[in-house]
Design a protein around this ligand. Sequence first.
Ligand code: RTP
Ligand code: MG
Length: 156
Amino acid sequence: AKSVGKNQERTLAIIKPDAVRHLGDIISAVYENGFNIARMRMVKLAQNEVMYFYSEHKTKDFFPRLCEFMTSGPLVAMELVGPDAVNRWRSMIGPTDTQRAREQGSHLLRARFGTDGTRNALHGSDSASSAQREISFFFGSKYGVNTACYNDTTCC
Ligand code: RTP
Ligand code: MG
């Protein structure tokens, strides 16, 4: 068993629809890098749920493309636990754009499994507070799928 230190942090990782077929390799990389998986869930989100999850981006030009991609098939949400989890997971996946990730190193998970600027295989929370909200979205009750946002078009 892995040690459970006091400096453990949590983050929300998503294996996006384009990379679910690489689930095994991605889980291996997660454990090889010293994370534990506290909870994991495969789910196909509805359009309004994805719009709610990514509402910080609702005015961006890529938002419709992002929502179409994220509803194109099931995704896998994982609650990762480890030291400095938020920053370490984002370092492991690399920059948003797959091509830029490839330029920075073939070991980066977006370089290995991503396709382009939108279909980039993986998500990682950008802060501890985002992580808390995003973990609640997938695993909690307050903002969880099937509750607050489900069938609520005002989320969009
Ligand atoms: P994420 O939230 O998924 O971990 O990715 P991120 O922080 O690296 O990127 P962010 O700026 O938060 O954008 C969220 C997701 O939107 C898609 N995107 N497409 N120009 C584009 O086509 C574009 N820009 C962003 C990506 O799927 C990105 O991860
Ligand atoms: Mg982001």
